[in-house]
Design a binder for this molecule. Structure first.
Ligand SMILES: *Cc1c(COP(=O)(O)O)cnc(C)c1O
Length: 354
């Protein structure tokens, strides 16, 4: 058992909080005063501490720098009127973190380190949690290998950290996506279901090519045939086709998003017809042409719901119905936001008070 009381806290001598403009938060550029660190060595976790946020040192031979052995999570926290921090589904993020750890040959992290580390960190940096509309605290737990050894073998020393970033909205406008049929993000048997660094580094070049053409994001397709829609890189993707909410069924090349799961649970709870199944490009293009696609959006923690206004395929841009007239995606965004902020009932017990 890990004695959580043993988390050592070294506080900063000078908080940066007074210099932060909470009315104009960029995404991912501002970090709170402290961070949580734990070390894995000799087969166990220890050295749990909270220290001032800042640069870290490691050996230049650390495997993470050479082989990209790193995993991460993304969660959001809010602050209610009684100053409680409300964190959305942290248990699910912890479970996914360990699924990623297993696939990447990294040690499992006990839940109490994940949650108590976060709890303690939030206690110290509570006043950094934004309360302004549209903003929240982005929580980034991550783990990487730090052995001083550049051979290839399962590594033995790891660092787990949590950093916190007060953030504003991720996408301020609806997004344009391009269906990718050449490059591959993830393939059957690979690491697509794990939240690991390499999935992102390999995606950047194809994403940049699409950005140069005016798109924000790619819609990835399966790596084998490039015929089926998978997800959108940092978000899962969903469509309202006629009256049905349709999303690609999970497989090992799709990241099992917690936002995706939350949207599906709410939709079913509201009695909407939901289908998790394969969606071919062919089906999607036909449905776009016939007007059957009423809504399309990405679902992920950073953006929550990102409305898609254009889907590009083979040089043609298919324009979707006006975002203002969409029903489900606004309704589910609003309800999720209200649940996360503690102002709506939480029928699934998603919100954890810290
Ligand atoms: C994190 C992530 C998502 C979204 O997952 P959430 O749990 O909803 O934040 C979707 N796709 C990929 C590739 C991701 O890394």
């Amino acid at each position: 058992m890990i004695d959580i009381q043993k988390i050592e806290v070294q506080k900063t001598s000078k908080s940066r909080l007074p210099g932060i403009d909470f009315t104009n938060l960029p995404f991912g550029k501002v970090y709170t005063d402290h961070m949580f660190v734990a070390d894995y060595k000799n087969g166990q976790w220890g050295n749990l501490k909270i220290v001032p946020y800042g640069p870290i040192t490691m050996s230049p031979a650390a495997p993470v720098l050479h082989y990209g052995q790193s995993i991460f999570e993304g969660m959001k926290g809010y602050r209610n009127a009684s100053n409680d921090a409300l964190v959305f589904r942290p248990h699910d993020n912890w479970e996914r973190f360990n699924r990623s750890a297993e696939r990447m040959c990294m040690p499992l992290l006990p839940e109490e380190i994940f949650t108590e580390g976060l709890q303690k960190l939030i206690e110290v940096d509570r006043h950094w949690i934004p309360t302004t509309e549209g903003s929240s605290l982005y929580i980034r737990p991550f783990m990487f290998s730090v052995d001083e050894f550049i051979g290839i073998r399962p590594f033995q020393e790891f660092t787990f950290m949590i950093i916190l970033s007060p953030v504003g909205t991720y996408y301020s406008t609806p997004v344009k996506v391009k269906i990718e049929t050449h490059y591959t993000r993830a393939i059957e048997g690979g690491t697509g279901f794990a939240k690991t660094g390499g999935n992102y580094s390999g995606s950047m070049y194809p994403a940049k090519l699409a950005q140069d053409k005016g798109y924000h994001q790619l819609l990835w397709t399966d790596g084998k045939t490039h015929e089926y829609i998978e997800e959108s890189g940092t978000m899962n993707v969903m469509f309202v086709i006629n009256d049905t909410l349709v999303t690609p069924a999970l497989n090992d090349s799709i990241l099992a998003g917690i936002t995706r799961d939350s949207v599906l649970k709410l939709a079913r709870h509201w009695g909407m017809k939901v289908e998790e199944r394969k969606i071919s490009i062919k089906e999607l293009i036909e449905a776009l042409k016939s007007g059957a696609v009423k809504e399309a959006f990405g679902a992920g923690t950073a953006a929550t719901i990102a409305h898609i206004e254009v889907i590009g395929h083979e040089g043609i841009d298919y324009k979707l119905p006006d975002v203002a007239n969409r029903v489900f995606s606004h309704k589910v965004y609003r309800e999720l936001d209200r649940i996360k902020r503690g102002v709506a009932a939480d029928p699934f017990g998603w919100v954890v008070k810290m």
